[in-house]
Design a protein around this ligand. Structure first.
Ligand SMILES: Cc1cc2nc3c(=O)[nH]c(=O)nc-3n(C[C@H](O)[C@H](O)[C@H](O)COP(=O)(O)OP(=O)(O)OC[C@H]3O[C@@H](n4cnc5c(N)ncnc54)[C@H](O)[C@@H]3O)c2cc1C
Length: 493
């Protein structure tokens, strides 16, 4: 790693500074996968990343001997036959990173019961049927629907629909519908606003193929990809921000960095925030009015408030159940709470679903009697002053609520770090700290909004800010990273 990153524009191949085939803006997971495939195909590729580490949101950090991942829920789509696994396999990623799977992956606390999402789905179905016997038929059919559905059939049948339509097809019980609303917390959208396609795919992946995590943290996966990029001959500038794109006659000619330094290239790929790309790096004057109007109308996904905690267990029992624990006292209220968040309101008294993540299986960095725990809720974007005023109180609320689930918790906290939406924005420049690109609402899931090609010639997009297939998340960013690389290779023939 040490000698990998170049901090000057003279690269190891002795090329002059303005001779790249492709420059990629951003070393998030989308930019890295895209860069690997292009460099593998023999193109001269430069990735420019404003942070001092690759990974974007796929990042780990350490504090006083505890390791935390910024992304929390974990990886989906890593089964042997999955296209995402295949994309990474072809880069030989699994030579460098071991992926483990939690079993159960998720646990929902429902009153005094627990519903486990086991790797063996039949066991999960049986638990649901035991708790909701009057919905047994619907449960069987819903899981069957999830298991046989694919993106094409969903798109064909449900592209204008929201997820409540699907839930209503199978269930009557409000609490059960509420339980199948919980995971929408990662999108911060109620069932009657979230796209039926995005939500179904989310549930399908989490239920049948969830709970994976890289041993050593997700940052390890990002580092491994950046090493692979280097092995294929790629170059990366870190701690350097792209400030502008140079556009001439509606064609991109390269990027302008800090200190006005210009680097030219045949193609530029933006793997960072969609609004920044067009409004800041290009400027409205260089874009068609209609395109700007459409972009201005797009809504970002919601953001999150996170508390990272290092907890000393002191002989207490490990919470060895699930990588993610989901908790609220009333699941029937979730739709209303998510709708308020979507509308920009945050009621601190709301019993918003609380996700508690832990790395119980992975003791690569913390010792056996310590837990690295993450508490997270979705929230709307608020002003910096708002977070300054309220963040300690919100963190305390979350810690108190988590104590309902993990009783030894409160007394044994040794590390506490709060991350607000503002910190997420500052880290990645994702608009308003958006967690998953654009909001996954039906009218925004379309190739006609923001896809790989742009109104600027030779400028392409990748990562979670594309509106198709939509929904954001790591598998989508990986898939799009690969797809954009394929697109350019075809274009370049
Ligand atoms: C708290 C949290 C938890 C999450 N949990 C999960 C999860 O469990 N599972 C899941 O699938 N998804 C999860 N997600 C979503 C997932 O992390 C993202 O959808 C995905 O990582 C996006 O990858 P990306 O490469 O498209 O973008 P990003 O990760 O945003 O990367 C963009 C990169 O571009 C760089 N950049 C931006 N502007 C510039 C510039 N001008 N010059 C140079 N560099 C620039 C940024 O610094 C950043 O490194 C989570 C997100 C958050 C915030």
């Amino acid at each position: 790693m040490k000698n990998f990153y170049i901090n000057t524009l003279t690269n190891p191949k002795g090329l002059k500074k303005d001779q790249y085939d492709v420059i990629i803006i951003g070393a998030g997971i989308g930019g890295l996968v895209c860069g690997c495939y292009l460099a593998k195909a023999g193109l001269k590729v430069l990735i420019v990343e404003k942070n001092d580490k690759p990974g974007g949101y796929c990042q780990s950090f350490e504090r006083d001997g505890y390791r935390f991942d910024i992304i929390t829920h974990g990886l989906t789509g890593f089964r042997r036959t999955s296209p995402i696994k295949n994309i990474l396999d072809k880069l030989n990623l699994f030579r460098k990173v071991n992926i483990a799977r939690a079993d159960p992956a998720d646990v929902i606390i429902y009153g005094d019961r627990k519903i486990h999402f086991w790797n063996d789905t039949k066991r999960t179905i049986d638990e649901f049927k035991e708790i909701f016997p009057h919905e047994a038929k619907g449960i069987e059919e819903f899981f069957k629907f999830l298991s046989i559905t694919n993106f094409t059939s969903l798109y064909y049948n449900y592209r204008n629909d929201t997820f409540d339509k699907i839930l209503n097809n199978y269930f009557k019980d409000k609490a059960l519908k509420g339980i199948f609303t919980s995971f929408l917390g990662v999108m911060g959208l109620p069932t009657f606003r979230v796209s039926a396609i995005s939500a179904t795919i989310l549930y399908r992946e989490v239920i049948f193929d969830g709970g994976y995590y890289p041993i050593g943290g997700v940052g390890k996966m990002s580092y491994a990809l950046s090493e692979i990029f280097k092995e294929y001959g790629g170059n990366c500038l870190i701690s350097v921000r792209v400030n502008r794109l140079k556009i001439k006659n509606k064609k991109v000619e390269g990027v302008i960095l800090d200190k006005n330094e210009f680097v030219s290239s045949k193609y530029v790929i933006s793997a960072c925030d969609g609004r920044q790309t067009f409004f800041d790096l290009i400027g409205k004057n260089n874009l068609p009015k209609r395109f700007i109007n459409n972009l201005e109308k797009l809504l970002p996904s919601t953001t999150v408030f996170i508390v990272f905690l290092g907890v000393n267990r002191n002989d207490q029992k490990n919470i060895k159940e699930g990588r993610a624990i989901w908790y609220t006292s009333d699941y029937t209220k979730l739709d209303e709470i998510y709708f308020n968040i979507y509308k920009g309101h945050l009621n601190l008294k709301d019993d918003n679903i609380l996700c508690i993540f832990n790395l119980f299986g992975d003791t690569s960095l913390i010792s056996k009697d310590k837990d690295a725990i993450t508490l997270i809720i979705s929230v709307p974007y608020k002003t910096p002053q708002y977070w300054l005023r309220n963040k300690e109180q919100i963190a305390l609320n979350l810690i108190n609520r988590a104590t309902n689930v993990i009783p030894y918790f409160l007394k044994n906290i040794t590390v506490k770090k709060i991350i607000t939406p503002l910190s997420l924005y500052e880290w990645t420049l994702n608009y308003r700290g958006a967690v998953r690109g654009w909001a996954a609402i039906p009218e925004q899931i379309s190739r006609d909004k923001l896809y790989i090609e742009t109104p600027i010639n030779n400028l392409f997009l990748t990562g979670h800010w594309l509106t198709f297939p939509g929904g954001g998340g790591i598998p989508i960013a990986i898939y799009l990273g690969y797809n954009t690389a394929k697109w350019i290779l075809k274009f370049n023939q």
